[in-house]
Design a protein around this ligand. Sequence first.
Ligand code: RB5
Length: 146
Amino acid sequence: MRVAIGSDHAAYEGDSPYKPAIMAHIESLGHTVVDCGTNGSASVDYPDFAQRVCDTMLGGQAEMGVLVCGTGIGMSIAANRNRGIRAAACANEIMARLAREHNDANVLCLGRRILALDECIALIDVFFSTPFSGGERHCRRVAKMG
Ligand code: RB5
């Protein structure tokens, strides 16, 4: 699977930047990473990088996405303005699993200021290994969102 990843500067706060570690982990799972930036600690605007990831997915260059900002919330708000994007800000493994099973989420949004790096990695493992449940009621609800 091709996974588009984007972040703002929050993913580069502290001594161990999250985005490079997350990219390496996704590649270690056998996926191809499409890097949509940012790539350093200079302050940027999260909607710009959410949109890059969404454009990459909607343009057919990636099937799934990961977005990292301070909380995951700004990225999810920005990404969900795009029809066909279902971005889920997740703070624990239950949210990551149900975002896939019930919502068929295609973008995982993570908060650098909320989650430790190993927690982010655990959520990525759950998100990318959990299929959409399907079934009439979940398909109907997802379809209603366009
Ligand atoms: C940037 O300081 C911060 O506001 C951003 O990363 C994000 O948390 C917004 O939702």
